[in-house]
Design a protein around this ligand. Structure first.
Ligand SMILES: [Zn+2]
Length: 188
């Protein structure tokens, strides 16, 4: 197994990847025009923090993707975990989370009945985990993190569209705490 990188080395890797433009043939790639979404399933689980029963809706294929992305991140030699938590625990975890960003909502809109993902990430040399709370559908954020850790300058989303790491630096920063401008320490 390739030795995983430490935080400083990851910042260097990000600099390198973020300097690479998406190849023109991929930038012009339109994606599947008649994308047919897979079936939405209802999942039952328990909040991994307070053990309250939770149900949520998600694409079945996405559920498998989340698990395989976390496994790949670990296989690359990083510490990562993904938990399903309820809205109340999401509000509590927010105190510690360095990244909290739910698309289309403000933090006040967290619904206590809903389910959220808590993503934790650190390199082998980091002491503490960087925590991020995302909604249940944001597979895309995780795909960006995986591509970056693999040293790939772009990735394909589940809609058959390509994205460059150059354009996803903010996503990577929110998810892993790793950004080129490490001196924005007054963000949170
Ligand atoms: Zn909970």
């Amino acid at each position: 197994m390739k030795h995983s990188l430490n935080r400083e080395e990851l910042i260097e890797q990000l600099k390198e990847l973020a300097a690479q433009k998406l190849p023109t043939y991929l930038a012009n790639h339109m994606g599947a025009m008649c994308y047919e979404p897979s079936m939405i399933d209802s999942f039952s689980t328990i909040c991994q923090h307070c053990h309250r029963p939770l149900t949520y809706q998600a694409f079945h294929s996405d559920e498998e993707m989340f698990n395989s992305i976390i496994k790949e991140i670990k296989d690359l030699g990083y510490d990562a975990s993904l938990e399903v938590i309820c809205g109340s625990c999401a509000l509590e975890a927010k105190e510690e989370a360095e990244f909290f960003d739910l698309p289309f909502t403000s933090e006040d809109d967290i619904c206590e009945e809903n389910a959220y993902h808590l993503f934790c990430f650190k390199t082998k040399s980091d002491k503490d985990y960087h925590q991020a709370i995302t909604d249940m559908e944001s597979l895309y954020d995780y795909q960006a993190v995986l591509a970056f850790l693999k040293g790939e300058s772009y990735f394909e989303d589940s809609y058959d569209r390509y994205h460059s790491i150059m354009d996803e630096q903010d996503t990577i920063k929110r998810m892993t705490g790793i950004g080129i401008k490490e001196n924005d320490s007054n963000e949170e």
